[in-house]
Ligand binder design. Structure first.
Ligand SMILES: Cc1cc2nc3c(=O)[nH]c(=O)nc-3n(C[C@H](O)[C@H](O)[C@H](O)COP(=O)(O)OP(=O)(O)OC[C@H]3O[C@@H](n4cnc5c(N)ncnc54)[C@H](O)[C@@H]3O)c2cc1C
Ligand code: SF4
Length: 331
């Protein structure tokens, strides 16, 4: 592993200043992704700025009912918080579906947002990879891509975003608080993540000298129900082949609110806007859910070995929405 400096940030401005002073520096959360990549030689920061001691470890309910989650809150604490479990089961289930208990005890909310893709070429420093080494090529397109993207990919990268938590946060219309050298600003999570396009080395729109301090998750409208479902190769300790975070409200048998975010299918959590629009005002029936997700999947461009994700997503979304609609009726 390359030698690196280690400092503990004394406050948020100190972290921002340290980031600005060294273009090869990196923030350190729980280290469960970054340190692994450093051991593999796939990340080589010259200095680590530990942000786990900053006062960003609180979960609070704001006056308008929104939930504010500090960036240093651990994944374990987030998943079991009583308000998260009762009001946002989609988020609690998504976080608990990821990694293991030990890892979730270490991993932070901020770090989870910015974990890197699990594309095998990205993690193997001996291989070309446009994301790790821009311009070197994308061997995954012709190589090992079973777990990679079917939506929104480019000729330069077909990676998928690995976070389960971020998929749930996308369905929840979360807003991300960011502090940089010019002060604070807020970004809807849909604008934080990006598609690979010509520059897949950029996973997100955040600047190098910026830090996420908190998330704000708006209260869900009355009468909505939500859940997260994930399909993977093993029952635990595996990333999603496909996943869905869904929020649904059914009134008099008709869909009056539908939010669908997909994981394991794109370079970012994929908000299924087309399907959502198709569902509004329609009867909450399996055939309607299937029709809506099929419209979304028209944009899919699967690779040789991941065509299976199309029927997988279709069945996953149809079944998940059908179960949510039943839950709605029984409440
Ligand atoms: C074996 C294994 C299995 C896993 N399975 C899953 C899974 O199934 N699903 C899943 O979602 N995840 C899974 N994970 C990934 C795990 O969730 C992430 O490693 C973890 O969430 C990262 O959080 P961290 O605090 O350790 O981040 P770190 O590793 O410390 O940092 C990750 C990135 O975030 C940046 N960062 C940290 N804090 C901030 C901040 N406040 N603002 C801006 N940038 C910041 C860092 O600079 C770094 O680039 C798995 C990990 C392992 C090792
Ligand atoms: S899919 Fe993306 S991350 Fe994987 S090898 Fe290609 S460029 Fe690298």
């Amino acid at each position: 592993m390359k030698t690196f400096a280690y400092d503990v940030a004394t406050d948020v401005d100190d972290a921002v200043a340290r980031l600005g002073a060294d273009p090869d520096s990196a923030l350190l959360g729980g280290g469960t992704n970054l340190v692994d990549l450093m051991k593999l030689g796939a990340a080589e920061p010259s200095s680590l700025i530990d942000v786990t001691k900053l006062p960003l470890g609180e979960i609070e309910v704001a006056g308008d009912g929104a939930l504010r989650v500090g960036a240093a809150v651990t994944n374990s604490d987030l998943a079991v918080h009583p308000v998260v479990r009762s009001r946002y089961p989609v988020l609690s289930r998504a976080v608990l579906s990821g990694a293991s208990g030990q890892l979730r005890n270490m991993a932070t909310t901020g770090g989870n947002l910015f974990q890197r893709t699990r594309c095998v070429y990205f993690m193997d420093a001996s291989k070309p990879c446009n994301k790790r080494n821009p311009g070197s090529g994308c061997p995954a397109i012709e190589g090992e891509h079973r777990n990679l993207a079917i939506l929104g990919a480019s000729d330069h990268c077909v990676a998928t975003h690995p976070s389960d938590m971020a998929v749930a946060l996308t369905a929840l219309d979360t807003v991300v608080d960011i502090t940089g050298p010019h002060g604070q600003h807020r970004v809807p999570i849909g604008e934080l993540y990006r598609l690979p396009g010509h520059d897949p080395d950029l996973d997100t729109t955040i600047g190098h000298d910026e830090i996420v301090t908190a998330l704000e998750i708006p209260a869900l409208p009355a009468g909505t129900v939500s859940t997260y479902r994930k399909v993977r190769d093993r029952a635990s300790y595996a990333f999603a082949l496909a996943s869905v975070a869904a929020v649904l409200r059914v009134e008099d048998g008709q869909v009056t609110e539908a939010r669908i975010a997909l994981g394991g299918v794109a370079h970012k959590p994929w908000r299924a806007i087309t399907a959502e629009g198709e569902l509004l005002g329609r009867l909450a029936r399996p055939e309607v859910f299937r029709e809506a997700i099929d419209l979304e999947l028209k944009a899919a461009k699967p690779l040789r070995d991941n065509v299976f994700k199309i029927p997988l997503v279709r069945n996953l979304v149809t079944q998940t929405l059908t179960e949510l609609a039943r839950q709605e009726v029984s409440e």
